[in-house]
Design a protein around this ligand. Sequence first.
Ligand code: SF4
Ligand code: SF4
Length: 511
Amino acid sequence: MRLTEHDGKRLLALAGIRVPDGGWARDPDGVRRLAGSLRGAVAVKLQDPAPSRLKRGWVRRCIDARAAGEAASAILREGGSPSLGFRVERWREPEREFYAAVVSDPAARAPVLLFGAQGGRGVEEGAGVLRRVLSIRRGPAPEDLRACVAAADLSGRAADSLGKLLSSLWSVYRSHGAVLVEVNPLGLCGGDLVALDARVELDPDAREGAARFEPEVPADEDPLERVAGEIDRHDHRGVAHFLRVDWPSAARAGRTPIGLHCVGTGVSLTCMDELARHGFLPINFADTSGNPTASKICRVVRVIFAQESMAGYFFMTCVSSQQLAHTARGIAKAFLEMFPGSSGRPDRPCLFCFRGAWDEEAQGILRAHGVVGANVRVLGRESSERAAADAFAELFRGRTAAPFPPAHPLQEADLHEDRPGIVRFDVLSGGVISIDTEACVRCTSYACLRACRSPSDEPVLAVEGGRARLRITPEEARRGGCVECLACVLDCRLEGRDAIRVRLPLSAEGA
Ligand code: SF4
Ligand code: SF4
C-alpha cells in the first residue's frame, strides 16, 4: 500500500523526523484556509502518487493563501484528480539536498540503506548513491551510519542529526512493515535536516504485527477491488483475489473484453494465453482457490459482473482438490440473483470448466438450477485450457460486437420481513439467512435437511413440527457452524417452497 506524501510525512514525523509544518486539504477552499494558517509562502502539492506530478506542475510554490487557493483550482482544471486532495506546507528553501531511503531489495533478500549526497529526481538510479545491505534484525550498524555521514560531508549538529534520521527511517521501515521509506529530497534547511518529500510503501501482507497507522487521506482504490478485498478479509475460508487489469487503449483495440474467473493462479495465466489467441482481453484477474465457501464464491462472481463492458464470462479450474460442488453453488446463487427474469440464465456468453473433486456434481448443480442455456457451455475434466478457450470462442460466433450487456450493480438480496414464523441467523462472513417457516408447513420434501447433511458433523438445520429451525445455537452458526454452502437455499427453491433467503454483504463497509 503506497501512502500519499502527506501520510508518509505524518509517519516520519511520528518517528521524530522533521517535516515542514502543514496539513491536508480536500479542495481549493480548504487549501486557502490551511495556507492562511501557515502564513508566508507555502507549497501546494496534489496528493497524486504519480512520479510525473512535478513535471505536470502539480506541485507549486505560492506566496500567500489566495495564490494557494488559485493554484489548487488551476491544478484541478488542468486534469489533476480531485479525489486525493492537497498537502499544503510551509515552503522551505534548502541549502543542500540529500537522498535517503531504506528499501526491501529482492535480489539481496534483505533491507538496504541508500544514501546520496545529492537529492532530486532520478538520483536513486545514479552511481553516486551509497548502498549498505542491512541485517533485518539489527538495522543500520554504526559503521553504516558513519559511511553516510562521511559521504554527506557534514559535521557537528548536522552530522549527528543525519545519523539519528537514518536510524529513524529504519525504525519506520521495521515497525510499520514497510517495503520502502524514502526521503527525496532531504533538505538541509538552516542547519536542520527536513524531509521535503516522502514516499512510503507498506506491505499489506505485513499488517499482522506491524504498528497501527491510519492514513488520513482516503486511499484511491478501485471500488470493486476494495469490496473484493473486504470479502477476502472478513472470511478466512479460502481466498478471493480480484484485480482489475488496466490495459492501455492500444492493447484494447479490436479485442473482446471478458471477465475471467479461475480456481488456481497458474491456470489463470494459461487461460489468458489461450484466450488471447481468439482476440479476448480479460479485464480482471480473479482467483478463488483454497476451498472457499459458496457464499464467498457467490460474492466474487457478483463483483466480476459489476464491471462495465464485459462481453462474456470465462470460468475454469485447475485440476483441483477444492470442493467444486460448493464452488458451483456459489456461482448458481449469483446467477439466480443477477438474472431473475430468466431464472439464472445469463445475458452473455459464459463458459464453465470444472476439473477435480466433485466436478461432475458441480456441472449437475449448474444444470439443475437453470444456469445452462443457449449462451452457456459447461465442460469437465477432459478439457484442456485450449479446448475451453476454443469452446468459449464458439459461443461468440455470429454475434455482433458491442454494445455490451449492462453491468450488474452490487445489490444485496432481500431477506424476509421480520414477522412471526421467520427464523433468522447470522453467518461468519457477515451474511444473514432467513427461513419463512410458514411456507415449510406446506412442504413435503424437506430438501433443506438433505442439503444440510454432512458426513462428519451434525446438520445445522432440523425440521420440527413441519417447520425448519436452527439445530445449533445462533452463536455456533455465527462462529462458522453454518459453512455457508448455500445448498439449503438452492434446494429449497428447487424442491421445497422457496422459503430460504440469504443476504451476503457486498459493500466494503458491510463485508
Ligand atoms: S425445504 Fe424449504 S420449505 Fe421445506 S422444510 Fe426446508 S426450509 Fe421449509
Ligand atoms: S444451513 Fe446448512 S445447508 Fe444451509 S448454508 Fe448453512 S451449512 Fe449450508
